[in-house]
Design a protein around this ligand. Structure first.
Ligand SMILES: Cc1ncc(COP(=O)(O)O)c(C=O)c1O
Length: 301
Protein backbone atom coordinates (compact mmCIF):
# COMPACT_ATOMS: atom_id res chain seq x y z
CA UNK A 1 0.00 0.00 0.00
CA UNK A 2 1.09 3.59 -0.63
CA UNK A 3 1.42 5.63 2.50
CA UNK A 4 0.57 9.07 1.19
CA UNK A 5 -3.10 8.62 0.24
CA UNK A 6 -4.09 5.98 2.74
CA UNK A 7 -7.28 6.66 4.66
CA UNK A 8 -7.15 7.49 8.33
CA UNK A 9 -7.22 4.67 10.83
CA UNK A 10 -9.88 4.56 13.55
CA UNK A 11 -8.10 3.83 16.84
CA UNK A 12 -10.18 3.56 20.01
CA UNK A 13 -12.53 6.26 18.83
CA UNK A 14 -10.05 8.66 17.23
CA UNK A 15 -9.05 9.01 13.59
CA UNK A 16 -5.29 8.83 13.20
CA UNK A 17 -3.40 9.51 9.95
CA UNK A 18 -2.19 6.25 8.40
CA UNK A 19 1.51 7.03 8.96
CA UNK A 20 0.96 7.78 12.62
CA UNK A 21 -1.07 4.65 13.43
CA UNK A 22 1.65 2.95 15.48
CA UNK A 23 2.01 0.39 18.25
CA UNK A 24 4.83 -0.59 20.59
CA UNK A 25 6.97 -3.43 19.12
CA UNK A 26 6.68 -5.35 22.38
CA UNK A 27 2.93 -5.10 22.67
CA UNK A 28 1.33 -8.44 23.50
CA UNK A 29 -0.57 -8.55 20.22
CA UNK A 30 2.61 -8.41 18.19
CA UNK A 31 4.62 -10.74 20.40
CA UNK A 32 1.98 -13.44 20.85
CA UNK A 33 -0.46 -13.03 17.97
CA UNK A 34 -3.30 -12.04 20.32
CA UNK A 35 -5.04 -10.03 17.62
CA UNK A 36 -8.68 -10.59 16.76
CA UNK A 37 -9.57 -9.42 13.28
CA UNK A 38 -12.04 -9.35 10.41
CA UNK A 39 -11.84 -8.85 6.68
CA UNK A 40 -14.95 -7.22 5.27
CA UNK A 41 -15.71 -6.16 1.73
CA UNK A 42 -17.18 -2.86 0.68
CA UNK A 43 -18.29 -2.57 -2.93
CA UNK A 44 -19.65 0.05 -5.25
CA UNK A 45 -23.30 -0.75 -5.95
CA UNK A 46 -25.57 -0.08 -8.92
CA UNK A 47 -26.80 3.19 -7.43
CA UNK A 48 -23.23 4.49 -7.20
CA UNK A 49 -23.09 4.20 -3.41
CA UNK A 50 -20.63 2.11 -1.46
CA UNK A 51 -22.15 -0.77 0.51
CA UNK A 52 -20.50 -2.93 3.16
CA UNK A 53 -21.41 -6.59 2.79
CA UNK A 54 -22.76 -8.39 5.85
CA UNK A 55 -21.24 -5.93 8.31
CA UNK A 56 -23.36 -7.13 11.24
CA UNK A 57 -22.37 -10.77 10.79
CA UNK A 58 -18.68 -9.84 10.54
CA UNK A 59 -18.79 -7.72 13.68
CA UNK A 60 -20.67 -10.42 15.58
CA UNK A 61 -17.89 -12.85 14.65
CA UNK A 62 -15.36 -10.19 15.73
CA UNK A 63 -17.00 -9.97 19.16
CA UNK A 64 -17.23 -13.76 19.38
CA UNK A 65 -13.56 -14.18 18.47
CA UNK A 66 -12.61 -11.75 21.24
CA UNK A 67 -14.86 -13.60 23.69
CA UNK A 68 -13.36 -16.97 22.77
CA UNK A 69 -9.83 -15.78 23.64
CA UNK A 70 -11.05 -14.01 26.79
CA UNK A 71 -10.56 -10.49 25.48
CA UNK A 72 -13.14 -8.06 26.84
CA UNK A 73 -13.91 -5.32 24.35
CA UNK A 74 -15.04 -1.93 25.61
CA UNK A 75 -17.30 -1.47 22.59
CA UNK A 76 -20.75 -2.89 21.97
CA UNK A 77 -21.74 -4.31 18.61
CA UNK A 78 -23.61 -1.20 17.43
CA UNK A 79 -20.67 1.10 18.29
CA UNK A 80 -18.26 -1.14 16.43
CA UNK A 81 -20.52 -1.16 13.39
CA UNK A 82 -20.79 2.63 13.49
CA UNK A 83 -17.03 2.94 13.77
CA UNK A 84 -16.63 0.85 10.62
CA UNK A 85 -19.24 2.90 8.77
CA UNK A 86 -17.59 6.18 9.87
CA UNK A 87 -14.18 4.95 8.75
CA UNK A 88 -15.45 4.09 5.28
CA UNK A 89 -17.53 7.26 4.99
CA UNK A 90 -14.56 9.43 5.97
CA UNK A 91 -12.34 7.78 3.34
CA UNK A 92 -14.73 8.53 0.47
CA UNK A 93 -13.82 5.12 -1.00
CA UNK A 94 -16.47 3.27 -3.00
CA UNK A 95 -14.84 -0.10 -2.71
CA UNK A 96 -12.28 -1.34 -0.23
CA UNK A 97 -11.36 -4.08 2.20
CA UNK A 98 -12.14 -3.20 5.82
CA UNK A 99 -9.85 -4.67 8.46
CA UNK A 100 -10.97 -4.23 12.07
CA UNK A 101 -8.47 -5.42 14.70
CA UNK A 102 -8.57 -5.76 18.47
CA UNK A 103 -5.33 -6.49 20.28
CA UNK A 104 -3.54 -6.20 23.58
CA UNK A 105 -1.65 -2.98 23.02
CA UNK A 106 0.64 -2.76 26.07
CA UNK A 107 4.19 -4.12 26.10
CA UNK A 108 3.86 -7.35 28.06
CA UNK A 109 6.54 -10.04 28.18
CA UNK A 110 4.44 -12.81 29.71
CA UNK A 111 2.09 -14.95 27.60
CA UNK A 112 -0.66 -14.00 30.04
CA UNK A 113 -1.84 -10.53 28.99
CA UNK A 114 -3.13 -9.66 32.46
CA UNK A 115 -4.87 -6.31 32.41
CA UNK A 116 -3.13 -5.05 29.28
CA UNK A 117 -5.16 -2.37 27.53
CA UNK A 118 -7.00 -3.28 24.37
CA UNK A 119 -6.76 -1.29 21.19
CA UNK A 120 -9.48 -1.54 18.55
CA UNK A 121 -8.28 -0.30 15.19
CA UNK A 122 -10.10 -0.14 11.87
CA UNK A 123 -8.16 0.34 8.67
CA UNK A 124 -8.98 0.18 4.97
CA UNK A 125 -7.08 -1.37 2.11
CA UNK A 126 -7.49 -1.46 -1.62
CA UNK A 127 -9.80 -4.19 -2.86
CA UNK A 128 -9.03 -6.46 -5.80
CA UNK A 129 -11.11 -8.41 -8.26
CA UNK A 130 -11.58 -11.99 -7.05
CA UNK A 131 -9.30 -14.51 -8.76
CA UNK A 132 -10.66 -16.15 -11.95
CA UNK A 133 -9.54 -19.65 -11.00
CA UNK A 134 -7.33 -21.35 -8.41
CA UNK A 135 -4.90 -24.26 -8.53
CA UNK A 136 -4.37 -25.76 -5.11
CA UNK A 137 -2.21 -28.34 -3.41
CA UNK A 138 -2.94 -30.44 -0.35
CA UNK A 139 -0.76 -29.12 2.46
CA UNK A 140 1.50 -31.44 4.44
CA UNK A 141 0.24 -29.57 7.52
CA UNK A 142 -3.11 -30.34 9.07
CA UNK A 143 -5.55 -27.60 9.95
CA UNK A 144 -5.19 -26.60 13.60
CA UNK A 145 -7.45 -28.66 15.76
CA UNK A 146 -10.06 -27.50 18.25
CA UNK A 147 -8.29 -29.53 20.90
CA UNK A 148 -5.31 -27.14 20.72
CA UNK A 149 -6.64 -23.88 19.30
CA UNK A 150 -10.14 -22.44 19.05
CA UNK A 151 -10.69 -22.67 15.28
CA UNK A 152 -13.86 -20.56 15.44
CA UNK A 153 -11.85 -17.53 16.58
CA UNK A 154 -10.46 -15.36 13.83
CA UNK A 155 -7.29 -14.59 15.73
CA UNK A 156 -3.84 -13.91 14.25
CA UNK A 157 -2.09 -16.63 16.25
CA UNK A 158 -4.13 -19.23 14.35
CA UNK A 159 -2.74 -18.06 11.03
CA UNK A 160 0.86 -19.27 11.18
CA UNK A 161 -0.45 -22.72 10.21
CA UNK A 162 -2.10 -21.51 6.95
CA UNK A 163 0.69 -18.99 6.36
CA UNK A 164 3.30 -21.75 6.13
CA UNK A 165 0.94 -23.91 4.06
CA UNK A 166 0.22 -21.17 1.55
CA UNK A 167 3.88 -20.13 1.35
CA UNK A 168 4.85 -23.71 0.49
CA UNK A 169 2.00 -23.93 -2.03
CA UNK A 170 3.13 -20.71 -3.73
CA UNK A 171 6.72 -21.93 -3.92
CA UNK A 172 5.46 -25.10 -5.61
CA UNK A 173 3.59 -23.04 -8.24
CA UNK A 174 0.05 -23.28 -6.79
CA UNK A 175 -2.27 -20.46 -5.76
CA UNK A 176 -3.22 -21.84 -2.37
CA UNK A 177 -3.08 -24.81 -0.02
CA UNK A 178 -5.90 -27.03 1.18
CA UNK A 179 -5.60 -28.13 4.78
CA UNK A 180 -7.00 -31.45 5.95
CA UNK A 181 -8.28 -31.95 9.46
CA UNK A 182 -6.57 -34.30 11.91
CA UNK A 183 -8.57 -37.26 10.53
CA UNK A 184 -7.55 -36.52 6.94
CA UNK A 185 -10.79 -34.88 5.78
CA UNK A 186 -10.79 -31.64 3.80
CA UNK A 187 -11.16 -28.69 6.20
CA UNK A 188 -10.36 -25.37 4.51
CA UNK A 189 -8.16 -23.37 2.21
CA UNK A 190 -5.55 -21.18 3.93
CA UNK A 191 -8.10 -18.39 4.47
CA UNK A 192 -11.25 -19.73 2.84
CA UNK A 193 -13.93 -22.39 3.07
CA UNK A 194 -14.42 -25.05 0.46
CA UNK A 195 -17.29 -26.64 -1.42
CA UNK A 196 -17.38 -29.44 -3.95
CA UNK A 197 -20.12 -30.23 -6.44
CA UNK A 198 -21.10 -33.85 -7.02
CA UNK A 199 -24.13 -34.74 -9.13
CA UNK A 200 -25.39 -31.14 -8.94
CA UNK A 201 -25.29 -31.12 -5.12
CA UNK A 202 -23.08 -28.80 -3.09
CA UNK A 203 -21.06 -30.45 -0.36
CA UNK A 204 -19.11 -28.58 2.30
CA UNK A 205 -17.15 -29.54 5.39
CA UNK A 206 -19.29 -29.54 8.56
CA UNK A 207 -18.88 -26.82 11.13
CA UNK A 208 -16.69 -28.55 13.71
CA UNK A 209 -13.20 -28.07 12.27
CA UNK A 210 -13.55 -24.83 10.32
CA UNK A 211 -13.87 -21.08 10.70
CA UNK A 212 -17.53 -20.31 10.06
CA UNK A 213 -17.15 -18.26 6.92
CA UNK A 214 -19.71 -15.62 6.11
CA UNK A 215 -19.24 -16.32 2.41
CA UNK A 216 -19.89 -20.01 3.13
CA UNK A 217 -23.14 -18.98 4.75
CA UNK A 218 -23.94 -16.70 1.79
CA UNK A 219 -23.35 -19.58 -0.63
CA UNK A 220 -25.71 -21.77 1.37
CA UNK A 221 -28.39 -19.06 1.26
CA UNK A 222 -27.90 -18.59 -2.49
CA UNK A 223 -28.04 -22.33 -3.07
CA UNK A 224 -31.35 -22.49 -1.24
CA UNK A 225 -32.77 -19.76 -3.49
CA UNK A 226 -31.46 -21.60 -6.55
CA UNK A 227 -32.86 -24.93 -5.29
CA UNK A 228 -29.41 -26.49 -5.25
CA UNK A 229 -29.17 -29.12 -2.51
CA UNK A 230 -26.52 -28.55 0.16
CA UNK A 231 -24.96 -31.31 2.21
CA UNK A 232 -22.63 -30.69 5.15
CA UNK A 233 -20.43 -33.74 5.45
CA UNK A 234 -16.81 -34.72 5.67
CA UNK A 235 -15.06 -35.60 2.43
CA UNK A 236 -11.47 -36.62 1.79
CA UNK A 237 -8.87 -35.33 -0.65
CA UNK A 238 -9.66 -38.08 -3.19
CA UNK A 239 -13.28 -36.93 -3.36
CA UNK A 240 -12.11 -33.36 -3.83
CA UNK A 241 -9.83 -34.44 -6.67
CA UNK A 242 -12.65 -36.30 -8.41
CA UNK A 243 -15.40 -33.72 -7.81
CA UNK A 244 -17.38 -32.33 -10.75
CA UNK A 245 -16.63 -28.81 -9.50
CA UNK A 246 -14.85 -27.27 -6.53
CA UNK A 247 -15.00 -23.82 -4.96
CA UNK A 248 -12.92 -21.79 -2.52
CA UNK A 249 -14.83 -18.95 -0.90
CA UNK A 250 -14.08 -16.01 1.35
CA UNK A 251 -14.89 -12.34 1.56
CA UNK A 252 -11.97 -11.43 -0.72
CA UNK A 253 -12.08 -14.45 -3.02
CA UNK A 254 -15.87 -14.43 -3.25
CA UNK A 255 -16.69 -17.63 -5.22
CA UNK A 256 -13.43 -18.83 -6.76
CA UNK A 257 -13.43 -21.95 -8.93
CA UNK A 258 -10.75 -24.54 -8.12
CA UNK A 259 -9.62 -26.01 -11.44
CA UNK A 260 -6.76 -28.20 -10.24
CA UNK A 261 -5.81 -30.07 -7.05
CA UNK A 262 -2.21 -31.21 -7.17
CA UNK A 263 -1.98 -33.26 -10.40
CA UNK A 264 -5.77 -33.70 -10.78
CA UNK A 265 -7.82 -31.47 -13.06
CA UNK A 266 -11.30 -30.68 -11.73
CA UNK A 267 -14.05 -31.29 -14.28
CA UNK A 268 -12.80 -30.20 -17.68
CA UNK A 269 -10.38 -27.70 -16.13
CA UNK A 270 -12.79 -24.77 -16.45
CA UNK A 271 -15.24 -23.31 -13.91
CA UNK A 272 -18.33 -25.53 -13.74
CA UNK A 273 -21.98 -24.58 -14.21
CA UNK A 274 -23.00 -24.32 -10.55
CA UNK A 275 -19.80 -22.47 -9.65
CA UNK A 276 -20.39 -19.90 -12.40
CA UNK A 277 -24.00 -19.47 -11.33
CA UNK A 278 -23.02 -18.87 -7.69
CA UNK A 279 -20.17 -16.57 -8.66
CA UNK A 280 -22.36 -14.24 -10.70
CA UNK A 281 -25.23 -14.40 -8.20
CA UNK A 282 -22.80 -13.39 -5.44
CA UNK A 283 -21.59 -10.42 -7.50
CA UNK A 284 -25.17 -9.40 -8.16
CA UNK A 285 -25.94 -9.49 -4.44
CA UNK A 286 -22.93 -7.44 -3.33
CA UNK A 287 -23.59 -4.87 -6.06
CA UNK A 288 -27.20 -4.42 -4.91
CA UNK A 289 -29.02 -6.08 -7.83
CA UNK A 290 -30.90 -8.59 -5.68
CA UNK A 291 -33.78 -7.20 -3.60
CA UNK A 292 -34.09 -10.40 -1.55
CA UNK A 293 -30.63 -9.89 -0.07
CA UNK A 294 -30.64 -6.07 0.32
CA UNK A 295 -30.61 -6.50 4.11
CA UNK A 296 -27.04 -7.69 3.84
CA UNK A 297 -25.88 -4.34 2.46
CA UNK A 298 -25.00 -1.38 4.67
CA UNK A 299 -24.97 1.64 2.40
CA UNK A 300 -22.58 4.48 3.09
CA UNK A 301 -24.48 7.79 2.82
C1 LIG B 1 -9.41 -19.78 8.05
C2 LIG B 1 -10.50 -19.11 7.27
N1 LIG B 1 -11.55 -19.85 6.85
C3 LIG B 1 -12.56 -19.30 6.16
C4 LIG B 1 -12.56 -17.95 5.82
C5 LIG B 1 -13.70 -17.36 5.05
O1 LIG B 1 -14.41 -16.48 5.87
P1 LIG B 1 -15.33 -15.32 5.27
O2 LIG B 1 -16.16 -15.96 4.23
O3 LIG B 1 -16.11 -14.87 6.44
O4 LIG B 1 -14.42 -14.29 4.71
C6 LIG B 1 -11.50 -17.15 6.25
C7 LIG B 1 -11.48 -15.73 5.92
O5 LIG B 1 -10.51 -15.04 6.00
C8 LIG B 1 -10.45 -17.74 6.99
O6 LIG B 1 -9.42 -17.01 7.42
Amino acid sequence: MHTTQNPDVWMNGLFVPWDQACVHPFCHGLQRGSVVFESIDCNETINGKAAIFRLREHMIRFENSAGIIGMELDYKLESLMHAVIDTVARSGLKSCVIRPLAFYADPVMDVYPGDASIMVAIGLAESHEPPETYKVTISRFHKIDNACMPVKAKVSGNYINPMISKTEAKKAGFDDAILLDKDGYVAEGSTSNIFIVENNKLITAPEDSILLGITRDTIMAMAQKLSVEIIQEKFNAERLKHADEAILCSSGKEVTPIVQVDESIIGDGNPGTITKLLRSYYRDIIEGHVADFEDWLTYIQ
